[in-house]
Design a protein around this ligand. Structure first.
Ligand code: SAH
Ligand code: SF4
Ligand code: F3S
Length: 487
């Protein structure tokens, strides 16, 4: 973590001769210590350190959950690696579109093969897909080699569930329907030392008619600002320079707190924390984006020049059926206001094609919005029917072949716009947070501009985690090649 050292002392102090504490997170500290003894014994038996790997299938929030899982695994003594040829593999699943589910089933087949070679191997599944009854039924019937299954609401119990798994011969399954708990202060293992996501809220209350997230993540719950700010301070003390505040709809942050607080005020507080250089957030729902938020972004030195503002559709008729609660005109007006107030901002979006009842005319409306707003980037998805959502039982489900034409046309517009937008920065010198060595070319580093554009440039790995000035020389479609500049 964050304050892993303090947690270490509390874990050490646990007395395993007593029954486990009732309260959280103390209860988990007890089970962490218990797991440690088990892993130590197993490592001694096999004469090597046991390995574990966590695979993320979903969004940034899932990725953050995976860091929490990895934190527990490290803390109990596993060596956490990227290889699925490990003693424990956990899949943190996503179910937002059916292809995410299919990927999990496909890769489980491969894991089964690995388990046949290493009979001591443990396989665990968690995340959004596990909150669906039909998935659990299928796993119980056809995937009996899985050792542990749990959901999104009880992820904080990971250490306890591992203990149960170690002691059990059968598949351990623990799924909660919902929760109002927020358990803090468990170990976290960050993927990057210099940047980190932070949950500011969990769940979603919007019930967009196509979306399964509210069913698998439960009702919206905001964390207390004190806890969030304390976490950010600890991250800064630990060398983090860029934070990303995470929630399904950050613009409604704080509305249900005992002392309500707006997202804009939270940002103002986060901005004051020394050591943090860049602040990002995900995701903004257009219906809740306030003028105050635009004002904070405009004034801020630290908030990045990037706003992800999912459109979903440009047709007011479809937006209404989607239960998005804004019209085409309202979205356009909002985008226009943001572009006027903060001219150097990059606006990106998500779009769904093939929603029930959607016609080519509706898609033309969407294309019209793409042209007018000039999105800097857009993720386009083909509508995926999610059982249990209102849209799944709407008339006019469109077959995928029919969707293809509209999808391709939209994609082309989106790519043309994005390409011309990114060209705007050519020749400029801008600060880049260096993230990693280039995956293809060892002599290059890869980093990101404040507006989220990727830049590759020659440099030494010692720069990773630092913000350096880079002149943007050549634009290659969506990214830049550059060179560092001393100012
Ligand atoms: N909370 C975020 C979105 C989270 S899901 C928001 O409201 O903006 C990320 C994206 O997946 C969504 O923006 C949407 O474009 C897409 N998506 C969600 N459900 C989908 C479905 N059933 N079919 C296709 N795409 C979907
Ligand atoms: Fe899904 Fe809508 Fe909630 Fe986003 S805001 S998670 S799309 S229901
Ligand atoms: Fe997927 Fe769950 Fe995120 S369904 S998109 S991992 S909240």
């Amino acid at each position: 973590m964050e304050h892993n050292d303090d947690i270490e002392k509390i874990i050490d102090a646990q007395d395993l001769t007593l029954p486990p504490p009732e309260r959280e997170p103390q209860r988990q500290y007890y089970f962490i210590k218990k797991c440690r003894e088990f892993i130590k014994r197993k490592s001694e038996e096999s004469g090597r350190r046991l390995t574990a790997s966590v695979v993320t299938f979903g969004c940034q929030m899932n990725a953050r959950d995976s860091e929490k899982l990895a934190g527990i695994l490290e803390c109990i003594g596993y060596l956490v690696t990227d290889s699925e040829e490990s003693d424990l593999v956990i899949y943190n699943t996503c179910t937002v579109r059916d292809n995410a589910n299919q990927r999990v089933y496909g890769r489980l087949g491969v894991l089964h093969g690995l388990k046949k070679k290493n009979p001591h191997m443990k396989i665990a599944l968690c995340g959004c897909m596990m909150q669906e009854e039909s998935v659990i039924e299928k796993l119980q019937k056809s995937y009996r080699f899985i050792d542990l299954i749990f959901g999104t609401h009880n992820i904080f119990k990971f250490a306890e569930l591992l203990c149960t798994m170690f002691e059990s011969e059968r598949t351990v399954i623990d799924i909660w329907k919902d929760t109002d708990q927020i358990v803090e202060d468990l170990p976290v293992e960050r993927k990057y030392p210099f940047k980190s996501g932070i949950n500011i809220m969990y769940g979603c209350n919007n019930f967009c008619s196509y979306c399964i997230v509210p069913y698998v993540r439960g009702r919206e719950r905001s964390r207390n600002p004190e806890d969030i700010l304390r976490e950010i301070k600890a991250l800064a003390a630990d060398g983090v320079v860029e934070i990303m505040l995470l929630g399904q709809n950050v613009n409604s942050y704080g509305k249900n707190l005992e002392n309500p607080m707006s997202f804009a005020s939270l940002l103002r507080e986060a901005e004051k924390i020394e050591g943090i250089e860049r602040i990002r957030f995900m995701t903004s729902h257009p219906k809740d984006l306030s003028d105050d938020l635009i004002a904070v972004m405009k004034e801020s030195r630290k908030i990045c020049r990037h706003l992800h503002l999912p459109l979903q559709s440009g047709s007011t008729r479809i937006l209404q059926a989607m239960n998005r609660r804004y019209t085409k005109e309202q979205y356009l007006a909002l985008a226009e206001k943001i572009r006027t107030e903060i001219p150097d901002i990059a606006i990106t979006t998500d779009i769904i094609v093939g929603f029930p009842g959607e016609t080519m005319e509706d898609i033309e409306e969407t294309i019209d919005v793409v042209k007018k707003v000039q999105f800097d980037n857009a993720f386009t998805f083909i509508y995926s029917k999610r059982t249990g959502t209102p849209a799944a039982s709407m008339p006019g489900q469109v077959p995928e072949e029919v969707v293809k034409e509209g999808f391709d046309k939209l994609l082309k517009t989106v790519q043309d716009t994005a390409r011309s937008r990114v060209l705007r920065w050519r020749g400029q010198t801008m600060p880049v947070l260096v993230e990693e060595r280039n995956l293809q070319d060892d002599a290059l580093l890869t980093g990101r501009l404040s507006n989220n554009t990727i830049v590759h440039f020659p440099g030494d790995a010692s720069l990773i985690g630092q913000i350096v000035n880079v002149r943007l020389k050549e634009c290659h479609g969506f990214y830049y090649m550059g060179e560092t500049v001393e100012l």
